[in-house]
Design a protein around this ligand. Structure first.
Ligand code: GLU
Length: 299
């Protein structure tokens, strides 16, 4: 199942790449969104006393950590000031099952390196921020999901396409990524012939790629496609994913009931078409196809 999803993801990336090359693909400045009543908001849900679900549902609001600068995934729309993207839609779906409407969600910016601390300290109730499920992170937080699978790739300037064809052609090149991310760790561990630079956000890396102070940016293909779509004349994704990144929803470690509740909410969205609706309104706008949602991991 997982392999099939990854294969579908790779095909999707290839499709989207073709779309990027042929025409100007634009994610709409923000990253795509749905109408405010797109998903069910359960009226008066009831939860076990003392549970995280009861606390949030009684409060009528929730804080969700998301990215603010990743088109298609989590991106603050400069004209509305509201975050948009697939992660944001997933947040609305889960909040709706708690009886919380989209306008009662407080989206808080998390960058890659502060996702675990924000969960641990309760600064946010959950994190939905292109957050790969890993065994190392599972020692600090728990994950519901995965709700999406992608793979690490490279974003380059088009003029370098004959030179940089994949991670094996990075010897002596400077590759930019983000502190606290899985792609940075993979490049440092598996491709030590590459030079690395790390910043707090991928936008900082993309700026440096455009001004030619780095040769490539590495992170998940789904994220890189959003940046390529913003500058299709100059940038392109290499299109050879070299890892498996399973996006999960991060929550306090060992809050098993909350984790089960989020997984049930995701399963419901898979079954009733809301997951696909969320995808089509966001990442799908860049030319990717939703495919089958990944199987949830119930550990
Ligand atoms: N999915 C990877 C991670 O969780 C890279 C994307 C990101 O940094 O948000 O580290």
């Amino acid at each position: 199942m997982r392999l099939r999803t990854l294969a579908a993801g790779v095909a999707t990336l290839a499709l989207a790449l073709t779309a990027c090359g042929d025409s100007e693909t634009d994610l709409g400045g923000g990253g795509g969104t749905t109408d405010s009543d797109a998903y069910e908001v359960v009226a008066d849900p009831s939860f076990a006393a003392g549970s995280t679900m009861a606390r949030l549902s009684d409060a009528g609001s929730i804080k969700i950590g998301v990215k603010f600068d990743q088109p298609g995934i989590g991106n603050k729309n400069p004209s509305t000031g509201k975050p948009e993207g697939f992660d944001i839609e997933i947040g609305k779906i889960v909040a709706g099952q708690l009886g919380i409407a989209a306008d009662k969600i407080e989206f808080v910016e998390t960058v890659s390196k502060n996702r675990e601390p924000y969960i641990e300290t309760g600064k946010v109730d959950m994190v939905i921020a292109s957050y790969s499920i890993t065994d190392k992170r599972k020692q600090i937080v728990s994950f519901a999901g995965p709700y999406y699978v992608t793979g690490q790739d490279l974003l380059i300037r088009k003029e370098a396409a004959s030179e940089i064809t994949g991670p094996d052609s990075l010897a002596g090149k400077t590759v930019c990524s983000v502190t606290g991310s899985t792609p940075l760790a993979k490049i440092e561990e598996d491709y030590p012939q590459a030079k690395t630079e790390a910043y707090g956000t991928y936008t900082e890396c993309v700026d440096r790629l455009e001004t030619k102070s780095v040769d490539a940016v590495t992170t998940d293909g789904s994220i890189l496609l959003g940046y390529a779509a913003g500058n299709p004349e100059e940038l392109q994704v290499v299109g050879k994913p070299f890892s498996t990144e399973k996006y999960g929803i991060g929550l306090k470690k060992d809050d098993t009931a909350f984790r089960g509740f989020i997984n049930d909410s995701l399963q419901k969205a898979y079954d009733n078409g809301d997951w696909k609706k969320a995808f089509d309104a966001t990442l799908g706008k860049g030319g990717s196809e939703a495919g089958e949602p990944p199987a949830l991991e119930k550990y």
